[in-house]
Design a binder for this molecule. Structure first.
Ligand SMILES: [Zn+2]
Length: 851
């Protein structure tokens, strides 16, 4: 029996009416697809001939059914040119063969079709009055199930076929697709491009791009590595894609399997719906990632580039059998972002990246829903592409690395890739590969972390027993435990040092420090008490060096112990954990340790987290410490300091922020300072925020920060500026920021709520910029007003699957919220003020106690 009542703290993932999804039956194996394509960019039309070669799997096959949405079919012919009967029903095309096929028999047929103004799958980009600078382009986005919008196909990841394209475009335009460019012929006013990919791909990995692009060529060994950007953006392209060959080299060595295709290319397109798409050998990237030199100081395309490149192995060479198994694509690609970071920037950056994965997963788990990573209960495949699929899975792979150890882990990865190349995979294939490579049976591991939702929530304490020379370690799993949710099983490593190092070493890795003793304890109960024999009191106890176990952890220790960790543990995650606990402690020892770490920690990630922890305290001493740190050299640490200063509604905080908000070497520091300045509600803020809306910066970063700051001001004068910035025709990033700001302003300014709500509902249906539409839904959710429910209901029932779930979730949250007081934002503000008051009182008491 299931005790659902216990789990109300986590929303279910499955929305009402969701059914289990299974892959389709296959009557034929699709061997090859050839496309002859005539895109017309002016008329937003594609004419094509799709030739498909199949082999019968089932007994007698007399027809094949393909996915085809809004395709106008003008005829179907067999390979001899004879017309075949066909019919179209409910987004499917049924082609009747001239005679039934026996099992193993092959057959080829060609579908002549056209599509005009496609709704999805194929996107036409062109200049218009609102955006006269826009380039003329066409590009496809086939994942998850949108290839059917631009050619008839078996649109399912488990079906793999070789692929060739002939693309006819007006002379001067470049056409791009998967595989090798076999020929490029200029015939009169036309250019004809021929591409062939002799390795199998799934429909969702097919690509077509047309536009004006400049090519840049590089190599990784024998493999040509190219990228294509708009001609004017060659330098930005180099900044974004210049490390691709280096990444390929790192991944080949790590995986031990060469890059799978004969070449690799990336093409940066305008208004792309996602960040990047790992089309086999021919990745499509958003041109939003192209950036200037100034942004490059604290923005990098490397994570995006590494992600899509890793997919060429995990996704393209090995493809998830169906979408429920998509973690075998996304979690690996996310994990390999960190793998490249480690190779490029060191171990601390790697660990901090993994910590980021854990944080973003835990946020989704606690605020949105909890689900198993492998899950076939969904409405649309896109619904699965969440923080569980990417970040939790990435963190699970890091944990597997710790569980198996360095050598066995990489040998297992090699075995998994070698054994399954050009195949569809599911979780069991990974388990088997690990078993073959190491003898370890990890079914329990995948059951626990992949097939089940959640993670252990630990509290840990230790004490030294001088009389018995024992270190007593208590580990408690605090999450709800019952028959269906047994305690987690994992290995916890502990390091003991008799002497504390003088300072934390950078990029120390996982090896023990000199003089460090390592112990491994097995956890599989709700509570353990270990008595570890030691000779003398350890000067430093290291918990889970490498932070391998996916968990939330409260370390219960006195401030002196926490300060020692913050000052000496080479593991940045341990230092961050200690800093968070010290900030909550607030004693003099804590204050001193935090102040020192903020200014002197050797890793910017720790400095940034210390700043964040100080901000959370809202204590006067923390404000002093942050005000003294606005000059920390690393721009990402400085950004965190600026953001943290927004926790005080005080003149002191505003004065620390004003110079950063006015000018800084980093766009992002300026943006964070502008937002924080708005939060201080200082009298000088409004004028500066309005002025900085005009500050020229890459991707409007500074102006977006100013908009967020204007929203936080809770000043009615700001509303017009916010609403002006979200109009169609303004730059897309600015529109998205303005929508977020509008949501916030509406929550803070009751008298403006109707005006803002009207503006948002008026544009919620506008699907011209998909990411803007998502931002609009998020803003409606943030406002929480029931008047938004009709438009959300319309979007939930609309035709775009990418929008349906966000709209449904927003509606559910608004309905839930409508049962609570509407003045939530204001209440939160009051609560913050109370907390600060409380903190001051505690400090006073401490001061008195010390006297
Ligand atoms: Zn991906």
């Amino acid at each position: 029996m299931r005790s659902d009542g216990l789990r109300l703290d986590h929303r279910p993932f499955a929305l009402p009416g969701t059914r289990a999804q299974y892959g389709p039956d296959r009557s034929v194996d699709v061997l090859h697809v050839d496309l002859e394509l005539h895109p017309d960019l002016q008329r937003r039309r594609l004419d094509g001939i799709c030739t498909t070669r199949v082999e019968a799997i089932a007994g007698t096959v007399d027809a094949v059914v393909l996915d085809a949405v809004d395709l106008q079919i003008s005829g179907v012919r067999d390979e001899h040119g004879a017309a075949l009967e066909f019919s179209q029903r409910e987004q499917r095309l049924r082609v009747a063969f001239a005679r039934p096929l026996a099992r193993g028999e092959r057959y080829e047929f060609s579908v002549a079709y056209a599509v005009e103004q496609p709704r999805r799958g194929l996107y036409f980009i062109a200049p218009e009055t609102a955006y006269p600078e826009r380039p003329l382009q066409a590009w496809t986005q086939s994942q998850d199930t949108d290839a059917r919008h631009w050619f008839p196909c078996v649109d399912y990841p488990g079906e793999r076929f070789t692929f060739s394209t002939t693309i006819v475009v007006p002379k001067g335009l470049f056409a791009y697709s998967n595989g090798r460019l076999i020929s490029r012929l200029d015939e009169g006013e036309q250019s004809v491009f021929r591409y062939e990919l002799e390795y199998p791909l799934s429909s969702y990995l097919t690509s077509l791009v047309v536009g004006e692009f400049a090519a840049h060529h590089d190599r990784c060994g024998e493999v040509p590595v190219s990228w294509y950007v708009e001609p004017a953006r060659a330098e930005d392209g180099e900044r974004s894609f210049g490390k691709t060959a280096q990444m390929m080299d790192v991944f080949q060595r790590r995986i031990g399997v060469p890059y799978p295709f004969p070449l690799y290319g990336q093409i940066a397109v305008h208004d792309f719906t996602f960040g990047g798409m790992e089309n086999s050998s021919a990745t499509t990237q958003t041109d939003r990632t192209l950036h200037d030199q100034r942004a490059h100081a604290d923005f990098s395309s490397d994570p995006l580039v590494a992600h899509e490149l890793a997919h060429q192995w995990f996704g393209d060479l090995l493809t998830c059998r169906d979408w429920s198994q998509a973690w075998l694509n996304e979690s690996f690609a996310t994990f390999f972002e960190a793998v490249f970071r480690e190779a490029d920037l060191g171990w601390d950056e790697y660990l901090y990246d993994v910590l980021g994965m854990v944080k973003s997963y835990v946020r989704e788990d606690s605020e949105r829903y909890r689900r198993p990573i492998v899950c076939n209960l969904y409405r649309e495949p896109i619904d699965l592409f969440d923080r569980h699929l990417y970040e939790k899975g990435g963190a699970v792979l890091h944990m597997l690395r710790g569980e198996l150890g360095e050598e066995v882990f990489w040998r297992s990865i090699n075995r998994y890739v070698s054994d399954n190349q050009w195949q569809s995979v599911e979780t069991l294939d990974l388990v088997r590969a690990v078993e073959h490579a190491s003898g370890r049976n990890l079914r329990w591991f995948t059951d626990q972390w992949i097939e089940r939702g959640g993670h252990p929530d630990l509290s840990l304490s230790y004490a030294y027993d001088d009389a018995q020379q024992l270190l007593k370690l208590r580990v408690k799993q605090k999450q709800a435990i019952d028959a269906e949710h047994p305690p987690y099983r994992f290995t916890l490593e502990i390091g003991l040092l008799a002497e504390r190092p003088a300072a934390p070493a950078r990029d120390h890795g996982t090896a023990p420090l000199s003089g460090e003793r390592r112990l491994r304890v097995q956890i599989d109960e709700a509570e353990h008490l270990f008595a570890l024999p030691v000779s003398g009191e350890p000067a430093l106890v290291r918990i889970d060096p490498g932070n391998f176990v996916l968990k939330t952890l409260a370390l219960e220790a006195p401030p002196e112990v926490l300060a020692a960790i913050l000052r000496a543990d080479p593991d940045p995650v341990s230092r961050i954990r200690a800093a968070k606990a010290l900030a909550a402690d607030g004693s003099r020892v804590a204050v001193e340790a935090l102040r020192a770490a903020l200014l002197e920690d050797p890793f910017w990630g720790v400095q940034a987290e210390v700043a964040d922890a100080l901000g959370e305290t809202r204590a006067p001493w923390a404000l002093e410490a942050l005000s003294a740190a606005t000059g920390v050299p690393h721009p990402k640490a400085r950004r965190a300091v600026a953001a943290a200063l927004g926790n005080w509604r005080s003149v002191r905080a505003a004065e620390a922020l004003l110079p950063l908000a006015g000018e800084d070497a980093s766009y992002f520091v300026m943006a964070a300072a502008l937002e924080a300045l708005g939060k201080t509600r200082d009298g000088r803020a409004f004028e500066l925020l309005v002025r900085q809306l005009q500050y020229p910066s890459w991707a409007q970063v500074v102006a977006c920060g100013a908009l967020r700051g204007l929203a936080e001001l809770a000043d009615e004068r700001a509303v017009s500026a916010i609403l002006d910035s979200m109009v169609y025709g303004r730059p897309e990033p600015l529109r998205r920021a303005a929508l977020g700001a509008a949501g916030r302003a509406a929550a803070l300014l009751e008298r403006q709520r109707t005006r803002i709500l009207d503006a948002l509902t008026a544009q919620a249906d506008d699907a011209r910029q998909f990411l803007v539409q998502l931002a609009c839904i998020a803003a409606l959710e943030a406002i929480g007003d029931v008047r938004a429910l009709p438009v959300l209901a319309r979007l939930e029932g609309g035709e775009d699957p990418r929008v349906r779930r966000p709209a449904a979730e927003a509606a559910i949250k608004i309905q839930e919220g409508s049962r609570k007081p509407v003045e939530l934002a204001r209440l939160r503000d009051d609560l913050d003020a109370l907390k600060e008051e409380n903190r001051r009182l505690r400090e006073r008491i401490e001061e008195l106690a010390r006297r």
